[in-house]
Design a protein around this ligand. Structure first.
Ligand code: BES
Ligand code: ZN
Length: 663
């Protein structure tokens, strides 16, 4: 890409940036907007990629700014902080009120502030000098809506203005909010609303500069109906309590917009440790507290590895089952799917993952979505290190093994024209968008593991601690990381890697041939049994699964050759009650095997699963599998029609596209 120099030079978007933005309108489906970890190629919606320059390698070309997913122009203005003052109106499914932005004018000549919005109603815009309250109405215009980026809000900012106040309301269909009826909650008595801002959804809640390159502090006042409790990923005012109708918050550390988060519902809190606790609906609280009881231990182990936790408290909010992700690392308050509550802590890797983001992601943040592996790859590596520290090496090795299979599958399923998606930091500007994939997660994690193996664990940990210290509360790019890696860890022990090492890992598509993998003896023994079982030399009744962990089950089910005979699957099902499994991951793996094998009898359970859960990673692959046969497709469409109203907008959007493509 050859645009950043022009960009840094002058006020307003450069021609190159404007071109990029225009092409982005055509090209981007929501890799980041959907963010789910599947790899199904979507139909080619655009053909403009051929007319753009070829992707330049990142190792040798440090220019991968700006953020093409935002209309914001940080060369003109940068938001330093904002104050939210909002009514949470359940009757209208709307947030309504004002946001006041405190701005730094980067270009003294800048007169136009461009904000990101999506489906917002803008009632009025006013400006005032910095630190003053004499607001005066100013001119503004909302540009036409782009499906992925939303609509740019252009505001005329007088020469002396440093603050802008916007009166607005969200749409009931806001992509970043889900408004739930009482019947969609665990308690079934009170309504619930929660947000999900990553990646491009903060702009559907607040007009702002929605790019991870910009960080702001904020304060917020939320007015809610009596009896409901409001929480945010921020410091809660000591006066906040059930029964109040006004809740106040402040986030004193600068955070990127995708970490803005709120929820309102019938919520109760239970402490887990001095700095940790869990929020959930009352009927879910006991189970949640048991499942996540190791949160404090995880927090302390992580501090020992990568330095102090800098966010004060670490709490977990358990959401209703329609939450579209496994977890979301909102600072101080991780948002969590209830599907992780398996009763045996077998899926708490998600907790370790979201906690780890308190360093990789929240403290040091990917500057653009192309740099996403700096968030997710680092975090996946840290997740495994935390699991090792808290639950032992065997557990961590198994989780590496399950993750590796995901990566293998993701890479193997890439169509030749999609090979670019196998890169660690794929050039999003030059290619069609799509759903997210496990590449940034697992290849990124393996890259750090490779560094660990080559340079030593202690050296890598020290280097990473330095990285977090140097860049705390800033946003970073891939070339920045590569540069510091070369000058730090690698320069400290020269000659350990060949000259192509970095470009192989960073720019190469696919997994480098020299990748070192984490071996798991337990998973190898699962493979041995599975192979004998598949060959018929081991009867189903003779399978030794008594002490299998969820990871061993997942490894077994994911790797069984398909299709399997119905008789074989029936034996498995009868012996191990897989169709009835209460472990959402195991049920998912079983359903995939059953669908691929045409095993009958899962339909009622599968229908309950698909209508009961909205977590994309668990349900999207099942819909995709079903679409492969006419009968399955019919079932999928019937179930989807019924389930869709209960899904989050992010899930709806992703599945709408999938089902449309499959017809
Ligand atoms: N930050 C992600 C979730 C996300 C990614 C939301 C991209 C929107 C766009 C979160 O930390 C995550 O990775 N969640 C995983 C957890 C898992 C990998 C342990 C999930 O939701 O499954
Ligand atoms: Zn993550």
């Amino acid at each position: 890409m050859q645009h950043s120099e022009e960009l840094r030079a002058g006020p307003g978007p450069s021609p190159a940036m404007q071109i990029l933005r225009r092409t982005s309108v055509l090209l981007w489906a929501a890799l980041v907007a959907a963010g789910c970890q599947t790899t199904s190629p979507r139909p080619a919606a655009a053909t403009a990629a051929g007319s753009l320059p070829a992707s330049e390698p990142l190792v040798t070309n440090p220019r991968n700014w700006p953020d093409i997913f935002s209309y914001a122009d940080p060369e003109s203005f940068v938001t330093r902080s904002f104050a939210l003052d909002l009514d949470v109106d359940f009757a209208a499914s709307q947030l309504r009120g004002t946001v006041t932005l405190e701005l730094d004018r980067i270009d003294p000549g800048a007169r136009e502030l461009v904000l990101d919005t999506r489906d917002l109603q803008i009632a009025a815009v006013e400006a005032a000098p910095a630190g003053r309250t004499e607001f005066k109405a100013v001119r503004f215009a909302l540009a036409p809506r782009d499906d992925v980026l939303g609509a740019a809000l252009r505001i005329s900012v007088p020469r002396d203005a440093g603050r802008v106040r916007i009166a607005y309301a969200t749409s009931p269909q806001a992509s970043g909010l889900q408004w739930l009826q009482p019947a969609q909650t665990a308690g079934r008595q009170m309504p619930f609303v929660f947000s999900q801002a990553q990646a491009l959804h903060a702009r559907s809640m607040v007009p702002l500069q929605d790019t991870p390159w910009i960080r702001t502090t904020y304060t917020a006042t939320l007015r809610v109906p009596a009896g409901l409790v409001a929480v945010m990923a921020a410091e809660s005012d000591p006066g906040n309590r059930r029964g109040a109708t006004e809740f106040r918050f402040r986030m004193p550390q600068p955070v990127p917009s995708y970490l803005l988060a709120l929820a309102v519902g019938d919520l109760e809190f239970r402490a887990l440790g001095p700095r940790t606790g869990v929020w959930a609906e009352p009927s879910t609280l006991d189970a949640a507290a048991r499942e996540f009881e190791d949160a404090e231990a995880m927090l302390m182990k992580t501090e020992a590895l990568w330095g102090p936790y800098r966010w004060g408290r670490y709490d977990v909010l358990v959401l209703p089952p329609s939450f579209p992700f496994g977890g979301m690392e909102n600072p101080r308050l991780t948002f969590m799917t209830p599907t992780v509550i398996a009763g045996d802590k077998s899926l708490v890797g998600v907790l370790a993952h979201e906690l780890a983001h308190s360093w990789s992601g929240n403290l040091v943040t990917n500057a653009t979505w192309r740099d996403g592996w700096l968030n997710e790859g680092f975090t996946t590596y840290f997740e495994r290190r935390i699991m090792e520290a808290v639950y032992g090496e065997d557990r961590a090795r198994m989780e590496w093994g399950v993750g590796y299979q995901d990566l293998r599958q993701a890479l193997d399923e890439l169509a030749p024209d999609q090979a670019w998606r196998g890169a660690l930091a794929p050039d999003l500007a030059l290619h069609k968008g799509g759903e997210g994939s496990s590449v940034a997660y697992e290849k990124g994690a393996l890259f750090l593991y490779q560094l660990e193996q080559i340079y030593g664990r202690a050296q890598l940990d020290a280097f990473l601690q330095g990285w977090f210290d140097r860049h705390a509360f800033t946003s970073v790019t891939t070339p920045q990381f590569v540069g510091e890696l070369q000058q730090g860890l690698m320069a400290g022990a020269p000659g350990r890697v060949d000259p192509e090492f970095l470009s192989r890992w960073i720019d190469g598509t696919g997994l480098p041939a020299d990748a070192r993998l984490v071996q798991s003896g337990a998973l190898e023994r699962v493979d041995e049994q599975r192979e004998r079982w598949e060959q018929g030399s081991l009867a189903t009744a003779a399978l030794r699964t008594d002490h299998w962990s969820a990871q061993e089950w997942l490894h077994f089910l994911n790797r069984v050759t398909r299709p399997q005979s119905r008789a074989r699957l029936q034996e498995l099902d009868q012996r191990f009650r897989l169709t009835e499994s209460q472990n959402a991951e195991i049920a998912h793996a079983w359903f995939r095997l059953a669908i691929a094998s045409g095993y009958p009898g899962i339909e009622p359970a599968l229908e309950r699963y698909l209508t009961g859960i909205g977590r994309l990673k668990l349900i999207r692959p099942l819909y995709a599998d079903l679409l492969k046969t006419p009968q399955g497709a019919e079932f999928a469409r019937r179930v989807y029609a019924q389930a869709r109203p209960g899904y989050h907008a992010i899930t709806q959007r992703s599945l709408d596209r999938l089902l449309k493509a499959g017809s």
